[in-house]
Design a protein around this ligand. Structure first.
Ligand code: CP
Length: 323
């Protein structure tokens, strides 16, 4: 099931990006997450591993899947989970990120799960906190490491491996932290990555990341094992990147005709939220034989439990008299 031995510890204080992780680190997280998939399917889903630990979810940007799954993950491991809503926090009164970090430090959390619209903001915050692990839940266009890990787990469970697979990542690559983290992870694990998008939605010199670039879906999807579609991130677009949504769907929306170019057993993925009829046809998205989209959400809880487990292992242990 695994691509290389995974009995390594996880020697990292924070999880800010996929770059810097080894194949052993990634397999260790995926193997641990695998055990949580089984636990989460049982009636009693609770473990006491995070008793005495405080996890703060600090989301400066909207989220459904990531925030909810981190909350579930923390609670299933018996941690105390606090959701800080930026809409009602002092950030709205002009508090800086650093002042927010200092305020949170004073409350002695064990884990901060942070999403922010600016690339690099989560790393900056991680440099200001004390005795606390920081998890990047998505920063700007930079990284979304737990998304790449859950995607890898979903692929590995269905294909049995990552090494040697041909994966096409299609759509708005330019604005996508999901694409960057997936490219890094898939390269580390020995998969081959293609990017398929209009020229306007591909970053300059992206080939340096070890990918092949295509501007035509039929050519880009040819013989692929995995077709990963991305959302058009209009909230990050300033200017016209394509003539119209209708034309975008015609050339780059995934439908059965374009999918027929991939391998007959190719699987379809999407990190969500999904724009049906824009980057993906509804019937393809809902094809339960081939679409991994629901499974990706399920894997999200398991992967986040694994990440919480490995990062809290590296923190000072809670006083057993208090447990
Ligand atoms: N895939 C993802 O990050 O979804 P959310 O924005 O709902 O968290």
């Amino acid at each position: 099931m695994t691509d290389s031995p995974s009995d390594t510890p996880f020697p990292h204080r924070h999880l800010l990006a996929i770059g810097g992780l080894s194949p052993g680190d990634i397999n260790h997280l995926l193997d641990l997450a695998e055990t949580y998939v089984e636990l989460n399917r049982q009636i009693d889903k609770k473990k006491s591993l995070l008793r005495g630990r405080t996890i703060i979810n600090l989301f400066f940007e909207s989220s459904t899947r990531t925030r909810t799954s981190f909350e579930l993950a923390g609670k299933r491991l018996s941690g105390d989970v606090i959701n800080m809503s930026v809409a009602t926090s002092a950030v709205r009164k002009g508090e800086t990120l650093i002042d927010t970090a200092m305020t949170l430090n004073a409350m002695h959390p064990d884990v901060l799960v942070v999403r922010h619209s600016e690339s690099g903001a989560v790393k900056l915050l991680s440099e200001k906190v004390v005795d606390c692990a920081v998890i990047n839940a998505g920063d700007g266009m930079h990284a979304h490491p737990t998304q790449a890990l859950l995607d890898a787990l979903a692929i590995r469970r269905r294909k049995g491996r990552l090494e040697g697979l041909l994966v096409a990542i299609c759509g708005d690559i330019l604005h996508s932290r999901v694409a960057r983290s997936n490219i890094e992870l898939l390269n580390i694990m020995g998969a081959r990555v293609r990017l398929v998008a209009p020229k306007t939605l591909i970053p300059d010199q992206v080939e340096r990341m070890g990918v092949e670039v295509f501007h035509d879906m039929t050519a880009g999807l040819k013989d692929c094992d995995i077709v990963m579609m991305l959302r058009l991130q209009s909230e990050r677009m300033h200017g016209g990147f394509f003539p119209s949504v209708r034309e975008y769907f015609h050339f780059f929306g995934l439908d059965y005709e374009k999918l027929s170019s991939a391998k007959p057993d190719a699987l379809i993925m999407h990190p969500g939220p999904m724009n049906r009829g824009v980057e993906i046809d509804s019937s393809v998205a809902d094809d339960f034989g081939r679409s991994l989209i629901r499974e990706q959400v399920e894997m999200g809880v398991a992967v986040r439990m694994a990440v919480l487990e490995v990062l809290t292992r590296n923190l000072p242990a809670p006083d057993p008299r208090n447990l």
